[in-house]
Design a protein around this ligand. Structure first.
Ligand code: NAG
Ligand code: NAG
Ligand code: NAG
Ligand code: NAG
Ligand code: NAG
Ligand code: NAG
Ligand code: NAG
Ligand code: NAG
Ligand code: NAG
Ligand code: NAG
Length: 603
């Protein structure tokens, strides 16, 4: 069977469209023309075992108890595009000896064989999104993978009867034969504590203790529908809104937002400025490389998300992601916005609306959210007021320097949002502040008559939550500093005999430090997660004649609870090197040990 490459085929998205195989004289914004790709392998020998794909991530820290496990769904996702999500009745654990769980884990397992694109999918329980993910692209010899996700934060939802919904828009025909065979499990791990050790929720304050919310409200589209439950944002003027009502005794609220980008914005960070496209009569996706997801409450901005550049399993060069997939591709990050300072506005028993839009958006973004709400167990009425709200407008600047198809573009952006408000409950009068500080820096170079593109991008995304308790002078703090970095080099080298080489090198970095102080002490963690990839494809006309991809990943997680380290590399489907470690270096233990004093004295 011939190798071939189909241009313009969308992936990790539902819309399946094939435009004429047009190769422009210059291959401007190459990624934006390729979209996520499909690399087609010849059917090989039947004795080749299926390949396991995986995303490198730390293991979930589990209690030493035997889980009660439930198989909640089996489905074969064949022709599911534009159909209703697959539904199942969820009932909470009934035959488990314990009903106090300290960890709840969702497990997604899938197999596939044949030829298929990467498909985006979502898992919702009672309309609340539990997992946003992308499928792996199969091989003729078969693949399998699994995703495990800690879903303890959705505890309250899992104690009630619900409808589970899974949408994975797949298409099957004679060419695209891959059917995804999926099983979903939920594992409930009983707590190790004896009943007397429990601190009841009413005694315990949600700030800093990270126990799950008392309720989680879906900010998504309602069933029935023939699509995912996410909202679709098609352009910069689009706003998706949903009305909700919260109980009168709420004392904390956190909005968790899920985001994924597809089609013309799948590689938004490589999109060129419109002036360059216009000057060269090009129709590649434009609007420049900056995107911002904005969340509003009754029309007021409450937070912004500058998302991590997740690359799906067919993105840039599909051979890079076999078997190590891109950071976040199997478990897309969600983003939390503390909206407690605004709670006072919502405690009137009336409906309020949450809205989402995307600055500079092109078709299409899938966005929805979950509103986590903590309730006062000892009172039926809380009250509150917004004290201070500073929203500096987004500052975006763009500098271009180009002649014809070659040139350099600098895009910068900055934003800060902060809010302070008090909420009075049986816990007392607590004043909460939430601040976001974001900066964006993208440098893009076009060369080789527009065939070569180099993108360097850094997003710094800092959040802080302060809560001032009446009982003490302490501020309880949650802080996270994120650094999302990207380097992407792509070039096409004409070999003058009807073939050209498509070369791409990339570095993806997801660094995050978090710290939290609470009644029970101070905790902190740091993650450094970096992937390097080099891919080459030989393309003849529209056919990929051959190719190879290599990926190296260095994952380093440290916390005062545990550490995890993995250094793994692969080339052409084969793991070359793999080292896993669990021990914390001595100096880091000291560092994290000092954390407590350091932070307490700092405030
Ligand atoms: C679960 O914890 C509560 C206290 O939060 C306790 O009253 C109850 O007995 C525990 N249930 C079981 C089954 O251990
Ligand atoms: C772009 O198109 C216009 C109108 O068709 C033409 O006059 C101009 O020369 C073209 N520019 C380039 C760079 O091809
Ligand atoms: C709660 O504290 C804030 C800030 O100190 C104050 O402005 C507000 O009046 C207090 N609310 C009540 C009900 O005491
Ligand atoms: C975010 O925090 C880091 C580390 O503290 C700091 O270097 C950076 O300047 C901060 N960035 C912004 C935009 O606040
Ligand atoms: C932005 O990136 C450019 C090039 O990488 C660098 O020279 C500049 O210092 C960066 N600016 C900021 C504010 O990070
Ligand atoms: C963000 O990460 C990049 C790549 O690792 C690094 O060069 C840069 O210094 C980091 N910036 C900050 C503020 O940590
Ligand atoms: C085309 O040229 C390249 C570089 O000279 C060479 O490696 C390749 O084998 C040639 N391919 C064909 C099909 O002739
Ligand atoms: C791309 O990666 C290859 C292999 O590591 C390396 O030889 C080449 O110099 C890299 N090119 C660029 C522009 O980063
Ligand atoms: C990861 O492994 C490679 C190959 O052994 C090695 O060259 C590299 O230094 C390692 N990286 C780290 C951070 O240990
Ligand atoms: C990649 O591996 C396949 C077998 O899985 C082999 O046929 C092919 O030659 C390899 N390609 C390269 C460039 O090593």
């Amino acid at each position: 069977m011939d190798f071939y490459l189909l241009r313009f085929l969308s992936s990790c998205l539902f819309v399946f469209f094939l435009l004429p195989p047009l190769i422009p004289s210059a291959n401007i914004g190459k990624l934006n023309q390729f979209r996520s790709e499909l690399f087609d392998e010849p059917t090989s020998f039947n004795d080749t075992p299926p390949t396991e794909y995986f995303e490198v991530t730390k293991p979930i820290k589990l209690p030493h108890t035997k889980p009660c496990s439930y198989h909640i769904l089996h489905h074969d996702f064949g022709y599911t595009y534009g159909e209703s999500p697959v539904l199942a009745d969820y009932v909470p654990p009934s035959n488990c000896p314990s009903h106090n769980f300290s960890k709840i884990v969702l497990e997604w397992k899938a197999t596939c064989r044949g030829r298929q694109f990467d498909r985006i999918f979502g898992v919702w329980l009672g309309g609340v999104e539990l997992l946003r993910s992308c499928t792996a692209e199969p091989r003729p010899t078969g693949i399998f993978w699994s995703v495990e996700k800690d879903i303890t934060r959705y505890y309250s939802l899992l104690t009630k009867d619900q409808t589970l919904a899974v949408y994975l828009g797949n298409l099957i025909d004679r060419t695209y034969t891959g059917i995804y065979h999926v099983d979903i499990f939920i594992h409930f791990y009983p707590s190790e504590m004896k009943p007397n050790d429990y601190v009841s929720h009413s005694e315990n304050l949600a700030f800093g203790n990270s126990f799950p919310a008392d309720m989680v409200l879906p900010i998504s589209r309602n069933l029935p529908l023939n699509d995912g439950l996410w909202f679709e944002i098609a352009n910069s003027a689009d706003t998706a809104t949903k009305e909700f009502r919260i109980p009168l005794n709420a004392y904390r609220a956190v909005l968790e937002v899920y985001v994924s980008f597809h089609e013309n914005d799948e590689f938004w960070y490589t999109n060129l400025p419109d002036e360059y496209l216009a000057a060269n009569n090009l129709t590649s996706p434009g609007n420049g490389p900056f995107r911002e997801v904005v969340a509003t409450l009754d029309g007021e901005v409450v937070g912004a998300i500058w998302p991590f550049t997740v690359i799906y399993t067919g993105g840039v060069n599909p051979l890079l992601w076999r078997p190590i997939t891109g950071i976040g591709s199997f478990d897309l990050p969600s983003y939390d916005i503390e909206i407690t300072p605004f709670l006072g506005k919502m405690l009137d028993g009336h409906a309020h609306s949450l809205g989402f839009s995307v600055t500079n958006a092109l078709n299409v973004w899938y966005i929805d959210a979950n509103l986590h709400v903590w309730l006062d167990q000892k009172g039926d009425r809380t009250e509150g007021e917004l004290l201070n709200y500073i929203r500096k407008p987004l500052v975006e600047s763009q500098v271009s320097d180009f002649v014809g198809l070659d040139g350099t573009f600098w895009t910068r952006a900055r934003r800060s949002i902060s809010s302070t408000g008090w909420v009075k409950s049986s816990h007392g009068n607590i004043t909460t502040s939430f601040a976001q500080d974001l900066s964006y820096n993208n440098t893009m170079v076009m060369g080789n008559d527009g065939n070569m593109q180099i993108v360097k991008q850094i997003i710094l995304f800092n959040d802080t939550v302060h809560a001032k308790l009446p009982s003490s002078m302490d501020h309880l703090i949650g802080e996270s500093n994120r650094n999302f970095s990207l380097y992407l080099y792509s070039d096409e080298v004409d070999q003058a005999n009807g073939t050209y080489l498509s070369v791409s090198n990339l570095t993806l970095g997801f660094d995050e430090t978090k710290s939290k102080s609470a009644e029970f002490g101070f905790s902190s963690s740091s993650l450094k997660n970096v992937q390097n990839g080099q891919g080459v494809m030989v393309v003849k006309k529209n056919l990929v004649v051959s190719g190879v991809g290599s990926t190296q990943q260095d994952y380093n997680f440290k916390s005062n609870e545990f550490c995890y380290f993995r250094n793994v590399s692969s080339s052409n489907y084969t793991i070359i090197h793999d080292t896993v470690g669990y021990s914390c270096p001595q100096r880091d233990r000291t560092y994290f040990g000092f954390g407590y004093n350091k932070i307490i004295h700092a405030v």
